[in-house]
Design a protein around this ligand. Structure first.
Ligand code: CP3
Length: 370
């Protein structure tokens, strides 16, 4: 009997630009997608949100699939990202998380002291507690009919630990950062527990049909270099290594992995050494500088300031062209430097995507003719 894990047959892929860019292969134009494209800005998302609670949407594969496909009807993006949230992991570990409209996520009983770690489940079987995500991925992969690849994702350990301790968003993250200085051993214990769940979760996502994976370390920016090296990087590295290793053991082809450590401009060089195929950068990092540090080894993703989408069409075209010019057309995935905001005009998103396509095709042609 073969030891390989059964992967179902999916419709053949018709646009593999983003996969080729992630693998550092030649592309004829720059692939583009937008973080947080699968919600918030679209009227049909807001309409569906009036009928269903946020986590009900995440937990119902038919609905999660429907929302994932929504942006593809508006924008000519080169990838879909699964509609879900990073906080499904703390939920699977036994914490209660609510989404409060207008405010964001809230943990009614956050982790306050190291003793509270005992409240977490000792062993999380992702095939049970996060099976709804795997089902949503498989359903969406079929529904996409091979039009573009499907990106799966997870929050990274430090960001998930920070949310679980703060109980929601925070400006200082002082409660969770205090753990790093006062309870550093317990912090490592907590980060390792989260890491173990993330590894199984991402392996499950690939088996279910995800064709790329992105790790969101959204709160890297409140750590400095030293704390990032101690409390974020080792876990990011473990995740890249173990996900690839476990998939290989199951005879499943590993997929490209993207790391987005927002605000970690101080660690670009190190980020390129963690085993990821793509490093996603925010708008505070100069493309040239990033290229200098990592380009040989890795593909870059990013990095237009999402607020540039508030500017006039003319200015937005200029900002977008400049971005593509600075990154170049190869080993590059165009994106925003963070997710779109809820009040952004879908027309501007469309202009951003179309400008990347048009301008990068022209640039590529010039390069070939030169
Ligand atoms: O493109 C997509 O929208 C894909 C799905 C997606 C969501 N959240 C849906 C969502 C993804 C990839 C995320 C990731 C996520 N969630 C992150 C990392 C990315 C980042 O922005 O740094 C973080 C930090 C979270 C936690 C979270 N979820 C916050 C802070 C909030 C509230 C504020 C906000 O951003 O809207 C959410 C809610 C959330 N997640 C919404 C959506 C569509 C809006 C919820 C609503 O409709 O009430």
């Amino acid at each position: 009997m073969s030891a390989s894990t059964e992967i179902q047959a999916f419709p053949p892929l018709r646009n593999d630009l983003i996969l080729r860019a992630a693998r550092r292969e030649k592309v004829e134009r720059v692939p583009v997608w937008m973080m947080r494209q699968a919600g918030r800005i679209l009227p049909e998302f807001r309409a569906i949100r009036e009928k269903y609670d946020f986590f009900t949407l995440c937990q119902t594969p038919e609905l999660a699939c429907e929302v994932t496909l929504m942006p593809l009807n508006h924008f000519d993006v080169d990838a879909a990202i699964l509609f879900s949230d990073i906080l499904v992991i703390p939920q699977a570990m036994g914490l209660k998380v609510e989404m409060i409209p207008g405010k964001g996520p809230s943990f009614p009983e956050p982790i306050q002291t190291p003793k509270d770690l005992e409240r977490l489940k000792e062993h999380v079987d992702v095939n049970e507690s996060l099976n709804y995500v795997f089902q949503a991925i498989t359903k969406t992969r079929h529904a996409l009919q091979g039009s573009v690849p499907l990106i799966g994702f997870s929050g990274a350990p430090w960001t998930l630990m920070a949310y679980s301790i703060e109980g929601g968003g925070s400006t200082t993250f002082s409660k969770s950062k205090a753990w790093l200085y006062v309870h550093s051993e317990d912090a490592h214990r907590f980060l390792q527990l989260i890491t173990d769940v993330i590894v199984d979760y991402l392996v499950g996502q690939v088996i279910a049909g995800a064709q790329l994976l992105q790790l969101f370390e959204s709160h890297a920016g409140i750590l400095g270099h030293e704390m990032f090296c101690k409390f974020s990087m080792p876990y990011l590295q473990q995740i890249a290594t173990k996900v690839k290793q476990k998939l290989t053991e199951k005879s499943v082809e590993p997929v490209p992995m993207i790391v987005f450590a927002k605000g970690a401009h101080y660690a670009i060089q190190e980020l390129a050494t963690l085993g990821y195929d793509v490093v996603s950068i925010d708008w505070t990092v100069e493309p040239e500088l990033a290229k200098m540090h990592v380009r040989e080894a890795i593909t870059l993703q990013g990095n237009l300031d999402p607020c540039a989408l508030y500017s006039s069409n003319e200015d937005l075209i200029t900002y977008t062209k400049n971005m593509v010019k600075h990154f170049g057309t190869q080993q590059y995935i165009a994106n925003l430097g963070h997710g779109v905001y809820p009040d952004m005009d879908p027309e501007k998103c469309k202009l951003f995507v179309d400008t990347v396509h048009k301008y990068s095709s022209e640039l590529n042609k010039d390069e070939i003719e030169d």
